[in-house]
Design a protein around this ligand. Structure first.
Ligand code: RAM
Length: 486
């Protein structure tokens, strides 16, 4: 069996079981004529299938009835006019159907939706009709009964923890999805954060193994990096993007997995791939040991418009090396020395070539002189700077008007992680309350893909309507709250 088939076999052996739950909305039945509409509220965010029954109210139904059924993750989405959508991603992600019903009976809608609210508009009905027996069959592979309550005594953190665990639960299906409404694929950056939070909440190890093996089965790109995303449905397929930071974070995900489980068999299967990711990255360093720019979409880091991300990427490399060396040491693998030597050299090179002594900040020609929170955070996480100096650097970059600021909870996770690394528990707690709590104040039942407090319409795709409002990479407050006993 070749590696790809072996990895796919392991992935299918680790298929998690889905748990189903029937949700019944607040409204039980609805009598309507053309033009009438109702909004059903499931009372919570859910991912699954919707069904209902339909009958005549008085006379025979003598012509098909046309309904428009819209699913919204929040009320804003329900009230959006999808016909005005102008974003870059396909509008077919917007959850709205026009359906024709020929005869009375039960209608089970075949597609899966991600929503809390459902608006049904009776577009055309020649005679009054009745809709009833609304039901939503919700699925997740998270075992909610196994979830322990967080021990925090802070009400606000308790609420944030609850919304985080719901976000994660909704993204846990037969693999970790990045968003159950839009994308429904798995990206490495999301996998890393979902898996991390999962260890402290549902602790479903099968799903983590499945995802690690699925990526291992992927086709590598021209630089030898793993695909940044994969699909599992309707069959396994490798995504055609090869982001260097995501390839590195795959390695970190394997390290996290071992640290949490001690499962040597799985890690043995994946170890060569991890080494290859790091070795391929090393080939991209110049004679000064600094990463060189590459063509195409090469480094992600965040959705911040105009971000120059190579310094941050260099930090991700160092962060990965450090995690990987720890793993190799635990495994008694002699390659740990080779990578340790590299770590020291690349750290030194990063101070020398990327730090602006005069202004005491990481801003260099590598990123065309741009200042960003991202560069500072990843240099801290990469161990290039720390202590009081690191704290000062981080806090001042978060305040600086001319510095690029994070736009996603994904990048903010790493801001909070940097704070924890620097021993800034209090600041990290305030940061979680402000940046994730801010979404709750705006009515979030689950955490969003992108959130910029000063710009509620921010979208990486030029239209807020397509943003995912339940997004995997946003679930990590539970990790912080539970791991650090906040
Ligand atoms: C988007 C999604 C996903 C992320 C990638 C880079 O498509 O938000 O979660 O990992 O971007």
């Amino acid at each position: 069996m070749n590696d790809k088939n072996y990895f796919l076999k392991k992935a299918s052996e680790n298929m998690p079981e889905l748990h189903f739950r029937k949700l019944v909305p607040d409204i039980k039945s609805f009598s309507a004529e053309s033009g009438d509409s109702i909004i059903l509220d499931l009372g919570e965010h859910a991912v699954g299938h919707f069904s209902f029954s339909f009958d005549r109210l008085d006379e025979f139904v003598d012509a098909p009835v046309r309904l428009i059924i819209k699913f919204g993750e929040d009320m804003r989405e329900i009230n959006d006019d999808f016909s005005s959508y102008k974003g870059g991603l396909s509008s077919t992600w917007l959850q709205e159907e026009i359906i024709h019903l020929d005869f009375p009976g039960t209608v089970s809608m075949p597609r899966r939706y991600s929503c809390r609210y459902i608006r049904i508009t009776v577009d055309i009905a020649r005679r009054p009709i009745k809709l009833f027996d609304f039901s939503f069959n919700a699925s997740t592979s998270a075992d909610v009964l196994s979830l322990k309550k967080s021990e925090t005594d802070d009400d606000w953190l308790r609420k944030i923890d609850m919304v985080s665990t719901v976000t994660l639960k909704e993204c846990m299906q037969t693999f970790f999805e990045d968003g159950p409404k839009r994308d429904r694929r798995l990206w490495i950056g999301d996998l890393r954060l979902e898996a991390l939070t999962n260890y402290y909440t549902f602790n479903n190890l099968q799903i983590v193994r499945r995802c690690l093996y699925l990526f291992a089965a992927g086709d590598t790109g021209s630089l030898g990096f793993l695909p940044s995303f994969i699909y599992e449905t309707p069959y396994f397929f490798s995504g055609r993007a090869y982001l260097a930071d995501y390839a590195l974070l795959y390695v970190v995900s394997v390290c996290d997995y071992y640290e949490h489980t001690g499962d040597k068999d799985t890690v043995d299967d994946l170890l060569e791939i991890c080494k290859t990711q790091l070795d391929n990255f090393e080939k991209l360093l110049d004679e000064n040991m600094i990463v060189t720019p590459q063509d195409g979409w090469f480094s992600f880091i965040d959705w911040c418009p105009g971000l120059k991300s190579l310094t941050a990427l260099q930090g991700v490399y160092l962060y990965t090396l450090e995690h990987f060396i720890n793993l190799l040491k635990m495994l008694d693998d002699s390659d740990s020395e080779k990578y340790s030597g590299l770590l020291v050299k690349v750290r030194e090179a990063s101070v020398k070539h990327l730090y602006d002594e005069e202004n005491q900040i990481f801003a260099s020609s590598l990123d065309e002189g741009q200042t960003s929170v991202h560069s500072q955070v990843w240099m801290i996480l990469g161990g290039v700077i720390g202590g009081e100096e690191g704290k000062k650097l981080l806090l001042s970059s978060l305040e600086r008007k001319d510095a690029k600021q994070p736009c996603t909870p994904y990048m903010r996770h790493y801001v909070a992680e940097a704070m924890m690394k620097l021993g800034m528990k209090k600041e990290a707690t305030e940061y979680l309350k402000k940046l994730w709590g801010g979404m709750i104040e705006l009515g979030a039942d689950t955490f969003w893909e992108a959130y910029v407090p000063e710009d509620p319409d921010f979208s990486p795709y030029d239209d807020r309507m397509i943003n995912s409002l339940c997004h995997a990479w946003s679930c990590t407050p539970s990790y912080f709250i539970r791991k650090y006993n906040l």
